[in-house]
Design a binder for this molecule. Sequence first.
Ligand code: CS2
Length: 435
Amino acid sequence: MERLSRATAGDVPKAPGTGIVHLGLGAFHRAHQAVFTADAIAAGGGDWGIAAVAPRSRSVLDPLLEQDLLYSVLTLDGERVTPRVLGVHSQALHAASEPDAVERLLADPAVRIVTLTVTEKAYRPGSAVLDLLVRGLRARAGAPIALVSCDNLPSNGRRLRELVVAELGPSIVDSTGFPSTMVDRIVPASTEATYATAREVLGLEDRATVGAEPFHAWVLEDDFPGGRPAWDRAGAIITGDVGPWEGLKLRVVLGVHSALAYLGALAGAPTVDRALALPGMRDAVERFIATDIAPTLSPPDGVTVEEFGRGALARFANSALRHRTLQIAMDGSQKLPQRLLGTIADRRAAGSMPRYATLVLAAWMRFVRGVADDGTALPLDDPMAERLRETGDLLALDAVFPPAFADDTELRAQLDAWGRDLDRHGVLGVLEGLR
Ligand code: CS2
């Protein structure tokens, strides 16, 4: 079968000149920022072509280069697949082997935005991506730019600003915006099944394709000293305060996603939709949202947590996504603080014991031990894996847990009780008992 390229693709708009550098060439970027930007350029024009930078792996970069930087996004809605070929990338580079070229690009005054999807663990002093960014910024000599974190961290813009200011000093903020953003779209890692679907619907081989759900959202603070694409005309929300949206994303969408991942993985459910379909699971996560999460959030005007939660569950039920529970279960030590532990901390501070949230935490603790309910081994893919498995007392790990947890005897008792229940009855038995 022929390969996707400019010659075979038909009518795909040409990418304009580079105005954005994106760090992190994963599936999420290709189905999120790239789509919003292509739509924004179609609506409002501007030299906002994206230079994609792959930090380490060449697994997406090489196919993209072979395909004239074209790839398809397959929108998966139950049985329906809607393909769209994107050509919004103006260049693609490999940071590990061409750091100087990336640095020159970051220093180019024509580049006015850097977007990042580099995962939670990159937001620490000395990470390779941060170093690269800092070197580029240093060489800009004050040309205006916005650095847009698109990772699932609370106040992601502020977090990035602190890291950059620590390296370059406070004057960097005179020319640099750090808008916080909330990003949302479920985009599982591509598999051979995704490539097969692309072949079917495109009639072409596309080794950079991604499958994604129809839903997509982007909420950004307005802090772009060098201007921005007309993302608002592509459906993004530009706001003064992303906080209320961020709370919904982190605690509802991602809190429940991780709940389904750990409980599901222990019970042998390979994908999120299958985890949600386990007997008793839907009731349990609905109550998790209503009784544990909702009281900790102040949603944006016109939105209720319950309604937002129902929307999230409908998205998770999309069986075409085949989003693996083990993919979401990765990096729990980096994800749980913002997805789950904040909910527990807020409820404890208010004098309550969050039943469902503690069940999810107990499920993660069991997941860390690496054995599913049927005895199958579970992989622990986490930058802190060794420490997690070696410690006799997870709650005492202050890199993961709020300090108040270690001395909270009631919380410990609740977690021990769930742990015993899970040992004795497995996830399915525990869910049955909740009914
Ligand atoms: C997922 C998220 O991999 C994960 O941890 O929970 O990437 C999730 O699919 C997206 O953030 C949804 O917007």
